[in-house]
Design a protein around this ligand. Sequence first.
Ligand code: SAM
Length: 213
Amino acid sequence: MNLVSLPNNLGMLKALCYLKMKDSKITGIPKTYSEIERKSNEIGFTMPSDIYVGTLLKTLVSSKPKGHFLELGTGIGLSLSWMVDGMDAESKITSIDNDPKLVAIAKSYFEQDKRVKIIGMDGTEWIKNYSGKAFDLIFADAWPGKYSEIEETLDLIKPGGIYIIDDMSVQPNWPDGHQEIVDQLIGYLENRKDFNLTKMNWSTGIIIATKKC
Ligand SMILES: C[S@@+](CC[C@H](N)C(=O)[O-])C[C@H]1O[C@@H](n2cnc3c(N)ncnc32)[C@H](O)[C@@H]1O
């Protein structure tokens, strides 16, 4: 071996051996998750949140003891199961969905848990009429709170609180023209001087924004 070229060879070896962290091993899965996932497949729910955003939500929610949380877009409760699993005994979460069938299924999984309130109504109407206290974290997973009423929704976040959205990278179910709407939302968030923002090409494309104190 030519010793002079050793550093280059080492670099090459490192590059060849370099493997990305294995993030597919998900820990701390909520007890109800597999049943909700099974139900989601059974009814053919086409818009489930993925497991990665679930684990992220649980991690973030557990950073807010006695937290006050909001989810816009319950579905049948996949992401909700993660958030609830991350909450302490004194935290509370409200989740909104306008589909009565989905709401009925979601309620069946959380009815025993007094910390959870699932409301079946239009998100826009709910946002415009809400007059309670601000939230520590909002997961906006429906049109309202994301592509409409964004300003009102960001107003509902406490200083130090978190706004999180997924599906910001191209998804197979996006209709024509959706990329433009997504780009507008990203641009809007980038220009909000009162939030710090991180965009992640991970999961389905996540944006986390925290309200400056
Ligand atoms: C992406 S899915 C939510 C997925 C859910 N977070 C999960 O973990 O599987 C979006 C949800 O928003 C609901 N939705 C759509 N338009 C809405 C509206 N205007 N108000 C409230 N919910 C709405 C849909 O019924 C659907 O369940």
